[in-house]
Design a protein. Structure first.
Length: 374
């Protein structure tokens, strides 16, 4: 193994390479994640968004990529790298940069696991799910944010964030094994087993489905949702398996170029974000909503022009601003009801349960719709 002068590692000439790797990886990951989040909220406003899993996975990836950009910005300004991981005091900026990065890395891993769990549940109980969907939706969030927060809090309490070969991160080798390498291995193995089982079941479901008819349109909808979850899980297994192997290789003292290791670990998140955005953008639901938006835009412009011409032609013969079948009081009451309905729908779609994917677009405030996704 090549000897390294720990006092001058990384050398000043290597800082530009490190800065470029973090900058490219962080920028591409942020753009891909922003695409998912922006389009998700676009559909949320129009009442057409259903898959909250991909949104929260994109959010976690985006926040983790922010850490790469922060690392790039602070390269050469504060000490972030050490050939042998070294903890730093809690008043050191590197300590909290590492804390931030670890929390969002764990949440990204956990959301991938929850997607695979939801894939299993789609076969156990169907994509429509049981009547107590609300409690199950809360459990997803509780597991992801709770486990990420608890693990992060333990490492903060032990004071084991600091400088490492990957920048500001976990500085204890033991804690790195327990709180990072072990979860990655466990999640990758679990999701791999789920993928194999679900692959067989999806193929069997296609055989059992037969030709589409009006009686099994719901089955087609469930199949589309399952296929999307399957693709997200496949992306996770492929990408993070490579990252896990790179960690195992380096721990086994297998000599790899440092830039190669850095590229693998940084671009792991970047490639996951890029691949997930591709799965999101090519899903039948996404394409259908884009097509319907284009049709609605063209039809509204044509209807506006036609209605304008009708109003102009009838203005000379109809002095009253109200339809002939309605009195002014009836017209005002109808307009008030429409405004009330619009305000209610806007408030409902802006509510926290709706944004979290717990409450679906068609359900009333005090009821739970079985067609909600999360």
């Amino acid at each position: 193994m090549t000897m390294v002068d720990e006092e001058v590692w990384p050398a000043p000439s290597e800082l530009n390479d490190i800065r470029m790797i973090f900058m490219i990886g962080g920028t591409l990951g942020m753009i891909s994640s922003m695409f998912i989040m922006i389009t998700y909220f676009k559909f949320l406003i129009t009442g057409k968004s259903r898959n909250a899993f991909v949104f929260f996975l994109a959010l976690s990836d985006f926040m983790l990529c922010v850490k790469w950009i922060v690392t790039t910005t602070l390269v050469g300004k504060i000490d972030q790298f050490a050939y042998i991981p070294t903890s730093v005091p809690k008043n050191d900026p590197c300590f909290w940069i590492g804390t931030y990065g670890y929390f969002w890395a764990m949440s990204s891993l956990s959301w991938n696991l929850m997607i695979s769990v939801r894939l299993v549940r789609s076969f156990v109980r169907g994509a429509s799910g049981p009547a107590h969907k609300y409690k199950i939706g809360i459990s997803y969030h509780a597991f992801v944010w709770g486990s990420s927060l608890i693990c992060t809090a333990i490492i903060v309490y032990l004071g084991e964030f600091g400088r490492s070969q990957m920048g500001c991160y976990i500085s204890s080798k033991l804690l790195m094994y327990i709180f990072m390498i072990a979860p990655i291995g466990l999640y990758v193995i679990s999701c791999s087993i789920i993928l194999i089982i679900m692959h067989v079941k999806i193929n069997q479901a296609k055989i059992d489905a037969g030709p589409m008819s009006s009686q099994n349109l719901m089955r087609k909808k469930e199949s589309s949702f399952r296929n999307q979850l399957y693709k997200y899980t496949l992306v996770f297994v492929l990408v993070w398996s490579v990252n896990l192997l790179s960690i195992v290789f380096t721990e086994m003292i297998i000599v790899l170029d440092f830039n190669i290791i850095l590229i693998i670990r940084v671009f792991c998140v970047t490639i996951q974000a890029l691949a997930n955005s591709l799965v999101w953008a090519t899903s039948p639901t996404f394409l259908k909503y884009i097509a319907s938006g284009i049709r609605a835009s063209s039809s509204s412009s044509s209807s506006f022009s036609s209605s304008s011409s009708r109003r102009y032609s009838s203005s000379s013969s109809s002095p009253s601003p109200f339809p002939s079948s309605l009195s002014s009081q009836q017209y005002a009451a109808s307009a008030a009801d429409e405004r009330t309905s619009l305000i209610y729908n806007h408030q409902r779609r802006s509510s926290l349960p709706y944004a979290l994917g717990i409450q679906d677009r068609d359900q009333q405030p005090n009821t739970i719709n079985n067609n909600s996704i999360i």
